[in-house]
Structures are given as structure tokens and as C-alpha cells.
Design a protein around this ligand. Structure first.
Ligand code: AMP
Ligand code: ZN
Length: 491
């Protein structure tokens, strides 16, 4: 295989480090999957698409990658179960469904959306409920190590005791003293010895129907435990990469490290990777605050935020125009600019097949190709890669105009490299090109009709303006009048 010069920003050391996998040519990667109690929003998708790019690039480099991404279908309690509910149970009550029906419904939604984005499925997709036995075994081991205690049928991890020999807080940079100072008042209401202790096993209340027998009580595992159980089961006690959204660093990933170190006496992960947030109106996209867009509402334009529909490929291209560690804000203007760029790039890619060659090249294709790899080898810097790909648009125009020349060998290298990055690494879709171009034509036609309707309204020709609106609606095109003018959606 190629010997890559890949550098990864490690959230643990807070530095870019040269990537050296534990086993030559093979990579083990674990990414925290969704909690399946509602439809995934575009923020969630951004994190999963960031790791899809990483998975694709590692494979492209020639690594055999075992990519494990779990489904959280139990145990993700709000507020570590102190006062919070299980969101899956809450939803089951609300929709009058069996909890596993909720899990199935939103797992299917997640898979459908990821397929629309042309994301690759992981190698293994284990569920928390399928690994209760493994989780109980880890709790037993941590108790045996003297780092967890049972109280009223629940088991808690003893953070202060662990911190005497290990460093709790090393990933998130939080100091245990600060945590103690911030949480002192809460201590009295809990079974925990200290408020920073976290649940490994919770005894189920009578109304909690998702429950399993254990040595301590009929209950269910704590959220952090499932990822320790599933990552070490499928990737070993030490593996290469662990990823997730930035908001999972604390407490989730900090607790995963503590559990694994308590059990196995080794640091579980060599490279911790955290993807940054997608924001809307400057605030994190989030289910709980209502500040989010669902992917399907984006693809149809059925929302009050964007001027028109955007396809999954354009949405993904827009996301990759930002580095995975940068915050990305969502807006119509930025998406429109991405769509234009995407179409230009695809146009140039197609034109590569119609170019004449000559017996010398005035362009250094090898240097260009190296710049593409250098970008991705620098902590998966997709915006720089895309900026390099935009050079193609310039080349193609210059070659078409006879201002530059290219040999047959260089042209075929240029085509192959562009193809690899566009379709294999970025995972953009060939078929989406026509769709996007048709979409652009449709947008232009509808915008013309909107203008004609505005004119009819200004002329008080309401029969005409109603006809335009009505007939478009009959074809599934809804016009929406807002303070910034008229927008449309497709359904
Ligand atoms: P959850 O289903 O809440 O466990 O979230 C699934 C994944 O989506 C986690 O890795 C989160 O960090 C990530 N996530 C949640 N909100 C956002 C957001 N606004 N932008 C990017 N990633 C997010
Ligand atoms: Zn996790």
C-alpha cells in the first residue's frame, strides 16, 4: 500500500500527530451513533458525514478499515438519570408505541437519510440492547477493581477514587476541583457518593419497561457504558480512532476513557477526533431547542428557512467546504454559492473528456495531484481539497481556449485523480449532477413565474396571480409569501 503521510488532530493531545495505526495497513475506528428516538437533523448528519469522509479517505489510502458505529437504543438518560427521563420511553408513550417500535422507526429513518447522502454503511453497527451481557461484565470488572460501588440496586463509577491513580478530565480539560465546586449543592439528592460519579447501571423504576436482569437489580446500563463495551468488543482494548461530535467530549467520552482504563489498565484510544457543530442562526442545531432542519425538509424545500430546495449532494458539498473542526453556519446564500460551485466543478469534470491533447504539458499535474493529497493528509482538510479541485475549472477553460496544453498521460492522470476525489473520497454522486442541473433550470422557471405573478398582483390582475399559484400547487410546487419575498417548496 501507499505509505501515507497522514496527520490527524488528536483532541487528547490537542496537537496534529502523524497517524500510525496499531496494526500496519489496518485501522479500527469507532464513532458514537445516533440515539434513535427522533428523526436525525442536519446537525447530526454533519457529524456522520464528517466521519464518512474520514472513512472513505482512509479506505482510499489503502487501509483495511473496520468502522464501528453504534445505535443507542437504550440507556441515554437525560442528566445521567438523576432527574431525567429516557427519551425513547418518553417517545414511546407519546406515540403509543412499543419502545422497540420507536427504535426501529428512527433507525430506518437514519439509514434512509444516510443513504440519500450516499454515505457508506459502517462495517459493524451494534446496538446497546444487543450488548447488555458485555456491559454487565464491564460493571463487574470495575467493581472488582474497587472503582465502582452499588447503592440501592444502581452502580456508580467512583470518579474521585479513579482520579487518585488516573487523570479524569484529560480529554475535556476539566479539572476535578472545578467539577466538585460546581456541583456541591446537588449531592444530597442522589445515591451517588459524589455528584461527579456517573451511573454504570441504573435500577429501573416500576414504570421503566426497558429493563434487564443483573446482579444488582432489574435495570438498564448507563449511556457511557455501551460505547466502551461495543468499541472494545469489536476493536480490542486499544484501537486507533474514536470519533463523535464535539458535544460528546464531556461527559460521554471522558467517561468512556475512565471505564476502559479502570477495566483494562490501558488508554483505549490513540486518536480522539471531534467534529464541530452545524449552527442555524448562529446557534447549535439541536432537537431540544427546536433550532433544526430535517434533511427531507431541506431536499423538498419544505421549511421556513431556505429559499428553495437543495439536493443531498449539494448539501454534502456545502458541508465539506468547511473543515470538520470548524463551526459551520447554515444559510440560503452559502448553500446557493455551494450549488453554483458544485455545478461548475461537475461541468469542468465532464469537459475533461472532450479536450484535445498535445505532445507537451504546460501544467504540472503531478504537483496539482500532490496538493490534493497534501490537503487531505493535513487532518482531512476538505475545503483546501475542494479549492484545489476548483483549479480544474480554470485548467479546463485554459485548455479549451488553447492557452495551456496537456499530454495524453497527464490528461488521463487529471481525470483519474479528479474522479477519485469527487466520487470516491467526497462521495458525491454522478446521478446528482443531472438532478442538480435540472433543479437549477426548474428554479429559474419557477422564479420567472413568481415574477410574473408579482407583476399580475401589482396590476391587480388577481385572476392571473391566483391561476399561477393554483396551477403550480396542483403540480406540487407551493409558493410561500414571506417578508423577504416569495419562496417555493416541492412536495
Ligand atoms: P445524538 O443522537 O444526540 O446522540 O447525536 C448524534 C451525533 O450528532 C453526536 O455525535 C452529536 O455530537 C452530533 N450532533 C448533535 N448536534 C449536532 C450539531 N448541531 N452539529 C453537528 N453534530 C451534532
Ligand atoms: Zn458513544
Amino acid at each position: 500500500m501507499k505509505s501515507p503521510n497522514l496527520y490527524i488532530y488528536n483532541s487528547l493531545s490537542k496537537k496534529k500527530e502523524k497517524f500510525v495505526p496499531i496494526h500496519e495497513n489496518a485501522v479500527g475506528m469507532y464513532v458514537c451513533g445516533p440515539t434513535v428516538y427522533s428523526n436525525v437533523h442536519l446537525g447530526n448528519c454533519r457529524t456522520f458525514l464528517s466521519f464518512d469522509l474520514i472513512f472513505r479517505y482512509l479506505k482510499h489510502l489503502g487501509y483495511k478499515v473496520r468502522y464501528v458505529r453504534n445505535i443507542t437504543d437504550a440507556g441515554h438518560l437525560e442528566n445521567d438519570g438523576e432527574s431525567g427521563d429516557d427519551p425513547i420511553l418518553k417517545k414511546a408513550r407519546l406515540e403509543q408505541l412499543e419502545p422497540m417500535e420507536v427504535v426501529q422507526k428512527y433507525t430506518v429513518d437514519f439509514h434512509t437519510i444516510m443513504a440519500k447522502f450516499n454515505a457508506l454503511p459502517p462495517s459493524i453497527e451494534p446496538t446497546a440492547t444487543g450488548h447488555i451481557y458485555e456491559q454487565i461484565a464491564i460493571v463487574e470488572k470495575i467493581i472488582e477493581e474497587g472503582l465502582a460501588y452499588e447503592k440501592n440496586g444502581s452502580v456508580y463509577f467512583d470518579v474521585l477514587k479513579f482520579n487518585q491513580t488516573n487523570n479524569y478530565g484529560k480529554l475535556s480539560g476539566r479539572q476535578i476541583e472545578d467539577m466538585i465546586a460546581n456541583t456541591r449543592e446537588l449531592a444530597a439528592q442522589s445515591d451517588k457518593k459524589n455528584p461527579q460519579d456517573f451511573a454504570l447501571w441504573k435500577k429501573a423504576e416500576p414504570q421503566h419497561i426497558m429493563r434487564w436482569p443483573s446482579p444488582w437489580s432489574d435495570g438498564f446500563p448507563g449511556w457511557h457504558l455501551e460505547c466502551t463495551a461495543m468499541s472494545t468488543k469489536y476493536l480490542g482494548n486499544q484501537f486507533d480512532i474514536h470519533g463523535g461530535g464535539m458535544d460528546l467530549k464531556f461527559p460521554h467520552h471522558e467517561c468512556e476513557i475512565a471505564q476502559a482504563e479502570a477495566c483494562n489498565h490501558v488508554s483505549p484510544v490513540n486518536y480522539w477526533m471531534h467534529a464541530n457543530m452545524l449552527t442555524l442562526n448562529g446557534k447549535k442545531m439541536s432537537k431540544s431547542t427546536g433550532n433544526f432542519i430535517l434533511p427531507d425538509n431541506m431536499f423538498t424545500g419544505n421549511n421556513n428557512i431556505l429559499s428553495k430546495p437543495f439536493s443531498p449532494t449539494v448539501t454534502k458539498f456545502f458541508m465539506y467546504q468547511a473543515h470538520y473542526r470548524s463551526i459551520l453556519d447554515f444559510s440560503s446564500e452559502a448553500l446557493e454559492a455551494s450549488e453554483k460551485g458544485f455545478l461548475k466543478l461537475m461541468d469542468a469534470y465532464r469537459t475533461l473528456s472532450d479536450l484535445n491533447t498535445s505532445n507537451s504539458s504546460s501544467i504540472d499535474i503531478n504537483a496539482w495531484k500532490k496538493a490534493c493529497y497534501d490537503a487531505m493528509n493535513d487532518d482531512f482538510n476538505s475545503p483546501i481539497l475542494i479549492a484545489n479541485l476548483f483549479e480544474i475549472v480554470k485548467y479546463v477553460n485554459a485548455l479549451k481556449d488553447g492557452k495551456e496544453t496537456i499530454t495524453e498521460t497527464d490528461l488521463s492522470l487529471l481525470k483519474q485523480t479528479t474522479h477519485d476525489f469527487l466520487f470516491e473520497v467526497l462521495g458525491l454522486e454522478d446521478t446528482a449532477i443531472e438532478e442538480s442541473q435540472d433543479g437549477e433550470k426548474l428554479t429559474a422557471a419557477i422564479e420567472l413565474l413568481i415574477q410574473l405573478r408579482n407583476k399580475a398582483r401589482a396590476d391587480k390582475d388577481f385572476a392571473m396571480s391566483d391561476k399561477i399559484r393554483g396551477e403550480l400547487a396542483a403540480k406540487g410546487i407551493q409558493l410561500k409569501d414571506g417578508k423577504d419575498g416569495t419562496t417555493f417548496s416541492l412536495n
